[in-house]
Design a protein around this ligand. Structure first.
Ligand SMILES: [Fe+2]
Length: 398
């Protein structure tokens, strides 16, 4: 935690969910305000306004809002100061900011790529390739922080979020499997682009909440063919990237699409892409359905082992993600809920977590980082928890 973080006083109407209030600095009413802490929803802000509070002091270091420092700090963080903090590695806050920016940049470039495609403009994948390269480098240096971002998603931008996550998961898995870094970069860019053919799929099919009819499913399946065709016509695309895009729905027993490849016809990259694509798809929250917990997703993959997926690779993927994947909400032995932030290769049951909530008392706690492997720490993980059970939005904390 930074010690020199400012504690600015702001008008109550500038308060936002994610900010941590440490004091009421002016109010008209005499009513005592019982509890300070993390603002989690608009109702709390309205309640403060109703009770006559006009200004509050917030603690930026405890606030959980992306970009909050730029919003409130009298001296906005410059790229150089953030780089300095990154190199000092103190608390990792600068590093997180940099990784968030990288994620944002990748999303923006992806959006630009899609817009250019739709407009029929000439495509240049060089910037996207550069960002994929940076993502892979970051995966090697700060893998857990990258994986944390893969938990952030917006339901209304599924295509982009899914592609980002598939790219991150491919980078992570490729690294775990010890693939060459150049290959991992190709896989990552392939992941960013793998579903690009969906821009040709009509929205009513793409976003249909219910079950697709046979005809609609046929239209949906065509996205892989479109992805292949678009990328084939794009300069700079390698055979590995094409493979990720064209084959990620192929399955070992020939039941996949579009070419019904079978057994040995599915290369290592095809097999990896299929596993990662399904893992992300089933864990994703959509407008019409809630995503599964990682452990449930592992079960789905294991169920599909041998006929759909390569069993050995599924097992290795699960090991690579860890018993408690980064970004998972867990309940500790003292009823506190925490988010897994860093894995522990030596002791997978004892990751580094961020404690955020008390399940028994049902309220947020001051955020606390806790290394469960540290000597003297008594708490252990009891189980994984669905954040929706407690109305917790993980994206506010990771
Ligand atoms: Fe797909």
């Amino acid at each position: 935690m930074k010690s020199n973080t400012p504690h600015p006083v702001i008008p109550v109407n500038q308060l936002q969910p994610g900010m941590y209030v440490i004091a009421i600095t002016s109010q008209t009413g005499a009513m005592e305000i019982a509890q300070m802490g993390l603002v989690t929803n608009r109702k709390q802000i309205e309640s403060l306004i109703r009770r006559g509070v006009s200004t509050v002091r917030v603690d930026l270091s405890r606030s959980k809002l992306a970009g909050i420092e730029q919003v409130l700090s009298p001296e906005p963080a410059s790229p150089s100061s953030s780089a300095q903090r990154l190199s000092s590695n103190a608390g990792g806050e600068g590093r997180e900011l940099k990784i968030r920016r990288l994620y944002q940049e990748a999303r923006e470039l992806q959006g630009k790529f899609i817009r250019q495609l739709k407009a029929g403009e000439p495509i240049d994948i060089t910037p996207l390739a550069a960002v994929a390269e940076e993502m892979v480098d970051t995966m090697f240096s700060h893998g857990d922080a990258m994986l944390c971002l893969a938990r952030i998603r917006a339901k209304d931008a599924y295509l982009m979020e899914h592609s980002m996550n598939v790219a991150i998961l491919l980078a992570n898995f490729g690294r775990y499997l010890g693939l060459e870094r150049s290959v991992i970069k190709e896989l990552t860019l392939g992941g960013l682009l793998h579903d690009v053919g969906k821009i040709m799929t009509p929205d009513e099919v793409l976003n249909k909440p219910g079950k697709l009819t046979d005809e609609e499913f046929g239209i949906m399946r065509l996205h892989v063919v479109h992805s292949h065709d678009i990328l084939l016509a794009t300069a700079g695309i390698t055979p590995t990237m094409l493979e990720v895009a064209a084959n990620h729905h192929e399955r070992l027993d020939g039941s996949g699409y579009p070419r019904h490849l079978k057994g040995e016809q599915l290369s290592l990259y095809t097999r990896i892409s299929g596993i990662v694509d399904v893992y992300d798809a089933v864990t994703a929250d959509r407008v019409y359905k809630q995503g599964m917990q990682p452990t449930q997703a592992f079960r789905i993959l294991l169920k599909g082992a041998d006929h759909h997926f390569d069993r050995e690779l599924v097992t290795r993927f699960i090991k690579c993600m860890g018993v408690y994947p980064v970004g998972t909400l867990v309940q500790l032995s003292n009823q506190r809920l925490a988010i897994v932030m860093q894995r522990n290769a030596q002791e997978p049951l004892k990751p580094v977590v961020k404690v955020i909530y008390h399940a028994g008392q049902r309220h947020y706690l001051e955020v606390q980082w806790l290394d469960l492997a540290k000597s003297g720490v008594q708490e252990t993980i009891e189980c994984t928890v669905d954040p929706k059970e407690f109305g917790i939005k993980l994206a506010n904390f990771v």
